[in-house]
Ligand binder design. Structure first.
Ligand code: GDP
Length: 530
C-alpha cells in the first residue's frame, strides 16, 4: 500500500454527541490523556478557558465564556491518527453542531447513566442515523447512582430505535462501581489508582472463572454479575460488525470519564470497531478514499471574523480523498476556478497550528476570501465532481427582523445574506401577508445575538428582533404545489425561502401530523436542500 493509503487507513474521524453535562468534555479530555497529549487530566484548564483558547474570536464569546463554533482535535493513539470533531452544545448549540456530524465517519454517544437518553442526544442521534454511520454508546457516570442497566439499554432502544449490544457490563454502580466485565474475553477489568481521574491508573484483568474475582469484587457483586450476564446473553443482540458499520447496531460500553474507569477499554475497542475514512457520494458516483488518488474535500463550516482586524473567514473542510499539501492549487467546483488553499490550519489539542500535510479523514481550515459556501467541493481530480450537498437543518427558533433605520436597507440585505450564506442563520420571506420583513430561523437561540451583534459591528445596521412562537418547520417536497390550497391548523404559518420554495411553520408538533392528514399527498421534510 502506498504511504498515502497507509496514512488514510489509520485515520479515525468521529464526533462525540451528548446532551449537555453528560460528560463529553471530560471524556474528550481523558482520550487526550491516553493519547499522551496532556500529562495530567484537569491540566487542560477550566472548561471555559480551554474553549476560549481555541476560538476567542468574538466579543460575544469572550463576554459569555462560551464557544460559538466547533473545533477539531487531532492526536495519535495505538497506531491510529484520531480526529475528534467537537460538536458545540449548551447555548452555543447551532446548525454547526449538526453540520459537524456531516464530516464525521462515526459518532460516540455519551449518555449519563442516571438520566438515560435526553433531548439533545435524541436530535443529534437523528442526524447520525440519517447518514447510517456507526454509532457507539458510552454510558458515563457509573461512579454515581445509575439507573438499572437493563432499563438504560431499553431506553436507548425504544427512544432511538437502535438495537444495542453491550461489549462490556458494569460491575456495580455508584460507590460500589469496581469495573467492567468484558463479554468477549470473559474477564473482569478492575480499575484503580487513577488519583481521582488525574492519571491513567492501573487496570487489573482477571478471568471471570478465577476464584480471585470473588474477593476482588466481593461474592455478592459476583453473584449479581453472573445473574446479569446470564440474562444478558439470552436477551441482547449478538455483536455483528456489519450491522455496526451500517449504523444498525450500537455497541455499548460502561464507565466513568471522571475517574477514568473504562475509558481506555472503550477507546481500544472503539478504534478497532469503528471505520477508517468512508467513501462519500458525489454527482459522479461514490468517491472511495482507498481508490481515488486525487485530493478532494468539501466545506462543512465557515467561521467568520476570527481576526477582527482583517475581517476574514476560515472555511473548514473535510478531506475525503488524497493528500493535501500546503499552498496547493485546487479546483473549486462551485466557483468554477482554481484556488490556492492558503494558511491551512489544524487543531492539535487546543492549539491552532499551521500544517503542511493532511490526508483523507482530516479536517483543515483555510483562509476564505469570501468565495466558499457550505457544501462546496474542492478537488485536484480531472473529473471535477461535486460532493452531495449538506442538508439544511430545521431551525427551532424564529423571529421577525425589523430594521431600525430603513434607509440602510442595502447594507441590511447584504449583511443578512452574507451571514445566512455562512450558515449561521436561515432566512425566509413572508407569504401573502404584504409584509416585507424577513423571518430568521436559527437552530440555537444564541445565533440571534450573533446576528444582532454582527449586523451592528460589521454592517452598522441596528435591528429589532420580534420573537415568533413557532418551533417546528417543514419543507414541502412536492414539486408543484399551490401553497394557497394547503389547509393547515390555526397555529400554522406559510412562508417561503429566498428561492421561493414553500415551507410551513408550526407552534405545536402535533399540528404537523394533522396538516399532513388534511392534505393528501403532501410531502413534508425535516431537512431542506440548500
Ligand atoms: P459536557 O457538557 O457533556 O461536555 O459535560 P462535562 O464533561 O463538562 O461534564 C459535566 C459535569 O459532569 C462536570 O462537572 C464533570 O466533572 C462531571 N462528570 C463528567 N463525567 C463524570 C463521571 O464519569 N462521573 C461523575 N460523577 N461526574 C462526571
Amino acid at each position: 500500500m502506498s504511504d498515502i493509503k497507509n496514512e488514510i487507513k489509520k485515520r479515525r474521524t468521529f464526533a462525540i454527541i451528548s446532551h449537555p453535562d453528560a460528560g463529553k468534555t471530560t471524556l474528550t479530555e481523558k482520550f487526550l490523556l491516553y493519547g499522551g497529549v496532556i500529562n495530567t487530566a484537569g491540566s487542560v484548564k477550566g472548561k471555559a478557558t480551554a474553549k476560549h483558547a481555541v476560538s476567542d474570536w468574538m466579543e460575544i464569546e469572550k463576554e459569555r465564556g462560551i464557544s460559538v463554533t466547533s473545533s477539531v482535535l487531532q492526536f495519535n493513539y495505538g497506531g491510529y491518527c484520531i480526529n475528534i470533531l467537537d460538536t458545540p452544545g449548551h447555548q452555543d448549540f447551532s446548525e454547526d453542531t449538526y453540520r459537524t456530524l456531516m464530516a464525521a465517519d462515526s459518532a460516540v454517544m455519551v449518555i449519563d447513566a442516571s438520566k438515560g437518553v435526553e433531548a439533545q442526544t435524541r436530535k443529534l442521534f437523528k442526524v447520525c442515523a440519517m447518514r447510517h454511520i456507526p454509532i457507539f454508546t458510552f454510558i458515563n457516570k457509573m461512579d454515581r447512582d445509575a439507573k438499572d442497566t437493563f432499563d438504560l439499554l431499553d431506553d436507548i432502544e425504544k427512544e432511538l430505535g437502535i438495537p444495542t449490544c453491550p461489549v462490556n457490563w458494569p460491575i456495580g454502580s455508584g460507590k460500589a462501581f469496581k469495573g467492567v466485565f468484558d463479554r468477549q474475553k470473559k474477564e473482569v477489568d478492575l480499575f484503580s489508582d487513577t488519583r481521582k481521574g488525574t492519571s491513567m491508573g492501573e487496570v487489573k484483568k482477571v478471568a471471570i472463572n478465577n476464584p480471585e474475582v470473588d474477593w476482588l469484587i466481593g461474592t455478592e457483586a459476583k453473584v449479581t454479575l453472573e445473574e446479569e450476564i446470564e440474562l444478558l446473553d439470552g436477551a441482547a443482540a449478538e455483536f455483528d460488525q456489519d450491522l455496526v458499520d451500517k449504523g444498525e447496531l450500537s455497541p455499548v460500553f460502561f464507565g466513568s470519564a471522571l475517574t477514568n474507569f473504562g475509558v481506555e477499554t472503550f477507546l481500544q475497542h472503539f478504534l478497532t470497531m469503528t471505520t477508517s475514512p468512508l467513501p462519500r457520494m458525489s454527482d459522479h458516483g461514490e468517491i472511495d478514499p482507498m481508490k481515488e488518488e486525487d485530493f478532494s474535500a468539501f466545506v462543512f463550516k465557515i467561521q467568520a471574523n476570527m481576526n477582527k482586524a482583517h475581517r476574514d473567514r476560515i472555511a473548514f473542510m473535510r478531506i475525503c480523498s488524497g493528500e493535501f499539501d500546503a499552498g496547493m492549487s485546487v479546483y473549486h467546483v462551485q466557483g468554477g476556478k482554481d484556488v490556492r488553499l492558503s494558511q491551512p490550519q489544524q487543531m492539535m489539542a487546543s492549539e491552532r497550528k499551521i500544517i503542511d500535510k493532511a490526508y483523507a479523514g482530516d479536517v483543515i481550515g483555510v483562509f476564505d476570501p469570501g468565495i466558499f459556501s457550505i457544501g462546496d467541493t474542492l478537488t485536484t481530480s480531472k473529473e471535477k465532481f461535486a460532493y452531495e450537498g449538506i442538508p439544511t437543518f430545521a431551525p427551532e427558533h424564529f423571529a421577525r427582523v425589523r430594521q431600525v433605520d430603513t434607509m440602510k436597507r442595502k447594507q441590511f440585505v447584504k449583511g443578512i445574506n452574507q451571514i445566512a450564506q455562512e450558515g449561521a442563520i436561515q432566512i425566509f420571506q413572508e407569504y401573502n401577508t404584504g409584509m416585507e420583513e424577513i423571518i430568521v430561523g436559527v437552530v440555537g437561540v444564541l445565533q440571534f445575538d450573533v446576528l444582532k451583534y454582527r449586523l451592528k459591528n460589521e454592517y452598522n445596521v441596528d435591528i429589532i428582533l420580534e420573537n415568533l412562537p413557532y418551533e417546528h418547520i417543514r419543507w414541502i417536497e412536492n414539486e408543484d404545489i399551490d401553497l394557497d390550497r394547503v389547509s393547515g391548523t390555526s397555529d400554522m404559518k406559510k412562508i417561503k425561502d429566498l428561492k421561493d420554495r414553500p415551507l410551513l411553520l408550526f407552534v405545536h408538533e402535533w399540528s404537523i401530523r394533522m396538516t399532513q392528514e388534511r392534505n393528501e399527498g403532501l410531502i413534508l421534510s425535516e431537512f431542506g436542500r440548500s
